[in-house]
Design a protein around this ligand. Structure first.
Ligand code: SF4
Length: 237
């Protein structure tokens, strides 16, 4: 019978980058965190701000032990497993187990379209709305449309601590968030966060003018993209 360590050596994920920074979005905004960015995604959003982990994935496959060793060499006690889409790798189960067994807090950032049985401390679920589909690739538009909405997967994740993060471009997309929420059995409004689409401070400030009062009106939570205010739209931050 294989040991846990032997199992982990055989389990790999494609890794784009691992770096320490500060969580800039959501309920844990401001928390020092190590970001483990997997490479590859089953969706292709037109606004993807990490094309090096979706449209043109970079990086090599690494074993769970190799990844955990790098994480333990950095200071933060919070780990954010992000992408791309980390859930495309079955080995995410072993990686989550190893990170939590090391006493670290684990957040998984996901679009909520693929499930593997695992426990994490915060599911950060960012369901993609219809308007996120790419327009310049018919093949990817079709795949995106077919894959982006998996209420069953999202509700499975919501059995554990979660936040739902929606990126919205305009008020019609914000209205689609309300329609989406109606499909869920239950949700906590304090854990439903709306973020403006935008990659510059100017764009985000402009969007905030309508989105902040809209969130107040619907008793949902406005979520600033603080990392853009702190660092700009720069890789590795
Ligand atoms: S789901 Fe996330 S990583 Fe994948 S294409 Fe969309 S924004 Fe990019």
């Amino acid at each position: 019978m294989q040991t846990d360590s032997a199992n982990r050596k055989g389990a790999t994920l494609r890794i784009c980058e691992i770096y320490p920074s500060i969580q800039g979005e959501g309920l844990l905004s401001g928390t020092a965190s190590t970001f483990v960015r997997t490479s590859g995604c089953n969706l292709r959003c037109w606004f993807c701000d990490t094309p090096f982990a979706s449209w043109k994935p970079e990086g090599d496959y690494q074993s769970v032990d190799q990844i955990v060793e790098q994480v333990l060499g950095l200071e933060p006690k919070h780990v954010v497993l992000t992408g791309g889409e980390p859930m495309i790798f079955p080995a995410v189960t072993q990686l989550a187990e190893a990170i939590r067994s090391a006493g670290l807090h684990l957040t998984i950032e996901t679009a909520g379209t693929i499930w593997h049985p695992l426990q994490c401390d915060l599911w950060s679920i960012s369901p993609k709305l219809a308007g996120s589909a790419p327009t310049h690739s018919q093949a990817w538009k079709k795949a995106h449309d077919q894959r982006r909405e998996r209420i069953d997967v999202v509700q499975q994740m919501m059995q554990q601590p979660y936040q739902l993060k929606f990126v919205v471009n305009d008020s019609s997309e914000a209205a689609q968030v309300l329609e989406y929420l109606q499909m869920l059995d239950h949700f906590d409004p304090a854990r439903v966060l709306l973020m403006p689409q935008g990659t510059t401070v100017e764009q985000l400030d402009q969007q905030a003018k309508w989105l902040v009062p809209w969130c107040d009106q619907h008793q949902l939570t406005y979520c600033p993209r603080s990392h853009i205010y702190w660092f700009g739209n720069r890789r590795g931050t």
